[in-house]
Design a protein around this ligand. Sequence first.
Ligand SMILES: *Cc1c(COP(=O)(O)O)cnc(C)c1O
Length: 376
Amino acid sequence: MNIKVELNDFRRQWETVEHDVLDAVKRVGVRGWYILGERVSSFEASLSRAWPMTYCVGVGNGLDALEIGLRCLDLKPGTKVLTTPLSAFATTLAIVRAGGVPVFVDVDDSGLIDLNKCHSVLSQRSDIRYLLVVHLYGHALELDVLENLRDEFDLKLVEDCAQSIGAQSNNRSTGSVGDVAATSFYPTKNLGAMGDGGALLTNSAKIAEMAQVLRHYGQTSTYVHDQIGLNSRLDELHAAVLDDVMLPRLSQWTARRRAIAERFLMEIKNPCIKFPLIPAGSCSCWHLFPVLVKPEQRPAFVTHMKDRGVMTGCHYPKLIVEQRALTGCGYRFEVSGELANAKRFSCSEVSLPIHPFLTDEEVSHVVTCCNAWSAM
Ligand SMILES: *Cc1c(COP(=O)(O)O)cnc(C)c1O
């Protein structure tokens, strides 16, 4: 058998979208308007309707969406922001770039930030009133709990939804509890562009207006600059492709990811491969499919899969607090308590392929390879 199972398969995606993408590109060319035109507005309207949130502001990437989101919440230099050590580095990078000081708290058995620990930190530390959470792997944090936390401590709250487009917690969309939801259209994300892109979603008109100013040089009207802004705009081309081609297919792609996850959960039966907890009430969009193996067995498992044509990933092999950009460059950060669970994930997590273009045979092959693995 000569099966190759990739973590992502953009060639197969292209086969299904080629015709529609070329049409969308052509319409942008014919119109002759490339920056902040009607395609960006129309995609923003479509995404805010689909999410649903009142306002959507397209930006250059997910990192900028987070940074702009924090700056819209009036983050002053030196302000502490409670966050997770287990995420894409961009989550923390946004805090640092916005002038904040990250404070790391451990994750729970799902790999997502431990909301109980957040509660105890916030109870003891009145100097921390900003919270940046990540709906990691596409799993939704418990939004009721998050909402109570927000209200009890009067938090400014940003939800990093780069991995959680389409995920719900008890039928509420991720991003709907925070002041700001930030997301990414990096090609591997569930809603990927053919390049970089991102968006910030909010129910606040004031935040949306500020985000529009910040993404566009801090310009409030032509040649009038009231803020030190960024150049972080979503391109018309990306917006057109997202709006006409990718977003209309998202629910079908998410359904496929969910069906594959269902099969993995039912059919992978190997005592050496464990599934992390899924937060209560979460209807995941399965951006990733994480499993846990013993740290000392992980390299052998990865090799076993690779030898059988199955590529795997690791999210994430090194905690954000261990990255030299943070530890070795004089930036301030704090760690609240032990990060035992985060460390456990960083040395035992393996991500199985779960993109929507996997065939049933390939899914079966991944299952077979997992079940055939013996850690001895
Ligand atoms: C991808 C990702 C980001 C960053 O998005 P970019 O568009 O690559 O800047 C931030 N947070 C998380 C959780 C991500 O997965």
